[in-house]
Design a protein around this ligand. Structure first.
Ligand SMILES: [Zn+2]
Length: 261
């Protein structure tokens, strides 16, 4: 195609009557005359019309972007289900890439490094476990922090309050919140003077607010603060998802997004 734009790969295909093959929009092969070119919405449609897949751009195989997104999503699941954050070599090996290449692909697709993703996932676990565990220490331990000291040192920053207040529904805590729109949908950000207490993503802004109220029934929630809303809007603008993130599952995007905030 004239533009050879990789971002259209997977959205349509084109065939060339004189060669009998069909291609991805990004195919590097010589440009065909316009009158010989036909467009097809799917691979199946191109093949049903009698065309064979091109040997250069291999439109019958998943595109590089799709394969990378799948590898990154797979690595994210490994991180999320592992007790200890897996080593880079293990993650790379699991998806069949060299550690160096894997690190680059992960960063390009998720917008954060594997290590940063693991850290964000761990904090997500602490938040969830604090609501359900018998004790604060138990919650921190169950989230994979082997010494609670390391988490405690930075916990107020990570949770926006002490783990005890967090567990206790935000008792005595004042927090500002704002809801903005980003490429992933609606985003709610709530923060105290100490740090970010909650970031959540979803389709329905009202549901996000209800979720916040349910998480912190004892906190004083302050909405409509103009200065805070401006900060949230700026943050959303800064951390908009990198170009490759489209194909990642929403929850993976959300965790990566939280880290970028
Ligand atoms: Zn081709």
């Amino acid at each position: 195609m004239a533009a050879r734009d990789g971002s259209f790969d997977g959205r349509f295909y084109y065939s060339v009557a004189t060669t009998g093959v069909y291609c991805r929009p990004s195919c590097p092969s010589r440009q065909a005359r316009r009158e010989n070119v036909r467009f097809h919405a799917t691979r199946g449609a191109a093949e049903a019309a009698g065309f064979r897949p091109c040997k250069r751009c291999k439109p019958d195989l998943a595109s590089l972007r799709e394969r990378h997104a799948r590898s990154v999503a797979q690595a994210c699941r490994l991180i999320e289900t592992a007790e200890e954050p897996p080593a880079l070599e293990r993650l790379a090996g699991a998806v069949g890439l060299s550690p160096y290449h894997f690190h680059r692909v992960f960063k390009a697709v998720a917008g954060v490094t594997p290590k940063a993703y693991a850290a964000a996932d761990r904090h997500k676990r602490v938040r969830a476990n604090l609501k359900t565990s018998e004790s604060v220490t138990g919650a921190i331990h169950d989230s994979g922090f082997n010494s609670s000291g390391r988490f405690y040192a930075r916990s107020s920053e990570a949770l926006g309050m002490t783990p005890t207040d967090f567990r206790d529904g935000g008792r005595g805590v004042e927090m500002c919140f704002a809801i903005g729109e980003c490429s992933l949908g609606s985003i709610l950000v709530a923060a105290t003077g100490k740090g970010v207490a909650a970031i959540s993503l979803g389709d329905d802004p009202e549901a996000l607010l209800r979720e916040l109220e349910d998480s912190f029934p004892k906190a004083k929630l302050i909405g409509g603060d103009a200065a805070f809303e401006r900060i949230v809007a700026a943050v959303v603008g800064l951390v908009e998802r990198p170009a490759g993130g489209f194909e990642l599952p929403l929850d993976v995007q959300g965790t990566a997004f939280q880290h970028r905030v």
